[in-house]
Structure formats: C-alpha cells, structure tokens
Unconditional design. Sequence first.
Lengths: 326, 326
Amino acid sequence: MSKIIVDMMGSDLGCKATLEGVTLFKKEHPDCELVLVGKKEEIGEGTGCRIIEANDVVPMNAGALQVIRMKESSMYKAIQAVNEEKADGVVSAGGTGAFLSGCALILKKIPGITRPALVTQFPTLIEGKKTVLLDCGASTENTPEELVSFGLMGKLYAEAICGAKDPEVYLVANGTEEGKGSVVGKEAYKLMKETKLYNFKGNIESKEVLNGTADVLVADGFTGNVLLKTVEGVAKFMGKNLKKIYKSNLKTKIGYLCVKKEMGGFLKMMDPKQTGGALLCGVNGVAVKAHGNSDGFAFFRTLVLAYELIKANVVEEIKKGVNPSE
Amino acid sequence: MSKIIVDMMGSDLGCKATLEGVTLFKKEHPDCELVLVGKKEEIGEGTGCRIIEANDVVPMNAGALQVIRMKESSMYKAIQAVNEEKADGVVSAGGTGAFLSGCALILKKIPGITRPALVTQFPTLIEGKKTVLLDCGASTENTPEELVSFGLMGKLYAEAICGAKDPEVYLVANGTEEGKGSVVGKEAYKLMKETKLYNFKGNIESKEVLNGTADVLVADGFTGNVLLKTVEGVAKFMGKNLKKIYKSNLKTKIGYLCVKKEMGGFLKMMDPKQTGGALLCGVNGVAVKAHGNSDGFAFFRTLVLAYELIKANVVEEIKKGVNPSE
C-alpha cells in the first residue's frame, strides 16, 4: 500500500483547498494511505485520515533555510514524516525554496545528484507523446555540470513516466546551432555532447517545445520557470479569447455547441490545474510541489501525480540510473 | 517621403520572399521609397525600385563582427546605405548578431545607450492594449545597468507606438516579490526601484505577460528570446489543435463555419507573421530585424512595421527621452 504525507497548510488558499483535494483523492484511491500534517482543528475529522499535528506555517517567501529552523511547521513535519513513517512521498503547496531545501536536507539527495530539479510534463502535437521539462524553478542559477545531470534525470523520468524509448534530450537555447545558448548553457553543451549517459541532440528553441521534437528539455531553473509560466500564460490567454469569441453572438454560441465536447477535452489538456504540480527530482522520495495557488481540484491532481510517480517507481529508477554499478 | 533600405538577401528563403514582401508593400504604400540591396539578377526590374548591387550574403550564423569584414555583403551595404542615402531605416532578415553589430558600428548607438535591444509587442487580454517586450534577443547576457536602460527605451517605445500614458515597467522574474529574479535581474531591480526615469512596478511572472498588466516587460536577451519564442510556439500549438478539432467530424465542421470570421481575426492576431519582426532599439535609425524564415507576407509585415515606426518618429523620441537636456 502506498503512503503519502500531505502538508495541509502550504496552499495560498489554506486548508480549505487541500482538504477538498484530499477528499477527492480518497474517493478515487481508497487504497492509498494519506497522512495529513497541519492544524488539527482546521483539518477536522471528516477525512478519515491520520493527522500529525503541526501549528506553524512556513511563509510562502521563506528563505531556503528557514524551514529547517521551523521544526513545528507543517512543511518540516511533513517532510520529516516521510522518513519516520517510511512513506513513499510527500506533497506540499508551500514555498518552492523552502520545500527544496527541506527535502534536500531531510530526505537527502540521491548520491551523484548535486542539485535536485523540478520536473514537469507538457502535452505535444504528437498524439500521446509528452515532453519533460527540467528544471522548472528549483534553482535560480545552475552550473553546467548540474544541467548535464538534469539531462540524465530527465531521461530516466521520461522512460519511467512517459514510456519514452532512448529519450532525446535537448538544451533550451536562443538558437539551434552549437554556440547558441546562455553562458552556462554553452558550457553544458560541450559536456553533454561528450556524455554517454543519454542521447543528447543539441539545442532547441522554445518555439518548438510543444511540437513533440524532444522527449526531454533541459534548462536552468530560471529559464525553465519562465518557459513553463509562459506556456501557462499563453494557454490561459487563448482560452479566455476563445470564450469571448464563442460568446459574441447567437451564431458563435451555436458554433460552440458543435465543438463543445472536443474543445472541452483540449482546454482540459491545456489547464495547468490538470498537471498537478512538479516532482522534485533527485531526492530520496517522491516529493511533489503543488502550485502555491492550488485550489481543491489542482491539489487533488497533485496527489494523483504523486501517486502515479510512486506506482512508476520513479525514485528507484533514478537511483539505479544515476548509480548503475550499485 | 520616407525611405527604407531593404536587405534583399537575408531571408532563409532567399530573394523570392523579400521580393514578394516588397511588391505587397509597394502596392499599399506607394508614397514610401524603397531601395533594394542585393544581387541584381535575382531582384530583377519588376519592382520599379532602385537597386544597390551587393553580391555577398552574410551567413545566418555569422559572428558579430563578420559583417564588418564583408563589405560587399547585402547586409553591410544596406546598413551603410542608411547613412549614405539619408534613409529613415533599414530592414533585414539576416542573422541577429551580424545585424546588431553592423547597426551599432555603422549607424552608431544613441548617446547614453550602451546596448541596443530588440523590441516587440504582444496583444493582451485588454482590448487595444499592447505590451512591449525587450530585449528579445539582441544580447545573450546583459548587465543590470543595461536592463535599466531597456526599461527607459521600452517606456519611450510604448509611448510613441502603443499610445501608453506613463507606462508601467516590469522586470520578468520567477516570482513577484523583491528578491526573486535572475542574478542580474536582482541587481537591476535595486537600480530600477530608485530610478526616476520611469514608473517601475517590480517583478512580473511570465504567466502574466499577455493579460495586460504591464506596458513594458524588461528581460535580458536570453530570457526575452525564450519568452517570445514560447509565446509563438504555444500559439502555433493551439492553432494546430483548433484545426484538428474543427476537422473532427461534420458537426465540428459546422461549428467552425459559425465562428470562422471571429476565429480568423483571433488567429491572425496570434500569428507571428503579422508582427513583422522587431525594432533594434537604441541605434540611429529605424533598424528592423525580420524573422530569418520570413516568407513574403511576413517580410511585407516587417516593412509595414518599419514604415509605422518611422511615421511615429520612434528614434527621435528615444533620443530625446534618453538625452532630455539636448
């Protein structure tokens, strides 16, 4: 039976959102044990889950080390409980910096990984093919060597989660030729070209990220974060414009009714809430970061993601891939 | 009468695309003089425009200084001709690095500007409001001081071209709080907070770039380039998916007919070809860079953009704004 520890206090919307997410998840996956960490009086008895009491909340903009000092916080106690409870994973909607450093210090990094990375997946133009992006924002800056290891973690993630065979790894750059890229990217390119760890295919421009060319996109945490949030922003912009178009007049309203089913599926695919957060790849445990502004549904989807990552044994696969001799 | 010098040889698609663009433009703007620079036998006599012969082509991936050594190239001669012909501007679809350094060295930078920037505009959710982004890729890395001056050029551009009043300037970052941002961005934030040159509003996340919050988005050239190309990529992805949806079955085909007009206008707005390139802001002259893969229509739109920038007197406005005492 899988066991996930849930930081109930991290979301901007407070316990209401996380509680709703937990309730939705339990209905769908009664076979998975959830242990909830937070204020007992806010969580209540309704979920039927065990509660670990924690009365402090790590502030959203907490410095990377602040969580370590806040030993009574829901985030600290939740991460800690992964070890104590021998759980498979932990989910939090709290601040990224705090969650990253908390997981790295308490769960420990996988040997061989110097810097964990947030990983997410995009849909692409190729039916059924997903593209994996990392780092989506665990770091603000990275070394070339860290980018090289992101490529390896991305490859292992794509194999374990997206069913990719011999995944093609690309570096996000401002042009496709060698010699393009950020200062760090250019150095990483040289190292990745020589690596035997994975199938490095060179640079890719961000206009290609959704067309299914790449299995894995590697970027430093700042660039990856801007890329991910631009995708979200444009998708939202297009969705709002489509709504406006359909509401224009009677004819367009009829037009909407004719495509409602197909359009609904598509807009759902593009909704960041469906994605449900990102895995912090490179630590001992399935540590999943939900959006800070997660509502109940988004938090539910994050729990589902964590559950799927556990089922796919992603952490073990990464450990084995990074340390093949062990 | 406005006069624009046109590098006919820069596009990936060669003279065919630029010729088509020139022909479309001349039909619409017979009052604007175009001087075409390139291979006489390829340009031919059909356009009725004066031709300056140039038989070399600067390679797309040319080093920044290579153009200066290629004195017989169409790009060099075109930029040179702005001075010699007392023209208002120059348009090229050639390599960004070569065009940037050619313009900076031949047209000279506006006093007070250490680094020119490529500027483009986005549509936003607010009807009629455009958001200006710079730098879209003239540089790969920038200093904090350069980002500060991008803010000023962006403000002046937004006033001259987008009709913005007291434009609100934001820094693109991985979070909205002070203390977020790239290493260079954090330093720039401190300087921009103190500036009296424009209305600095702080950090903005890239998921907000199309919602009309900002008049001006400032980013280093690498980040701006990734952002711009992600917008293009997602727009293309959504467009292709919409087409697929409409082609699904008879009902969806009817659905398409009901929204054809409104949808056409929207997809047109999102088409990068409509935007027609980006102004290289900060040099003496309207220097407009077209996409390297411009087809005839995209090149036409670039010529229209150059024409509009000339009519709006954007270079004089920037000169005055940067050096108010002169």
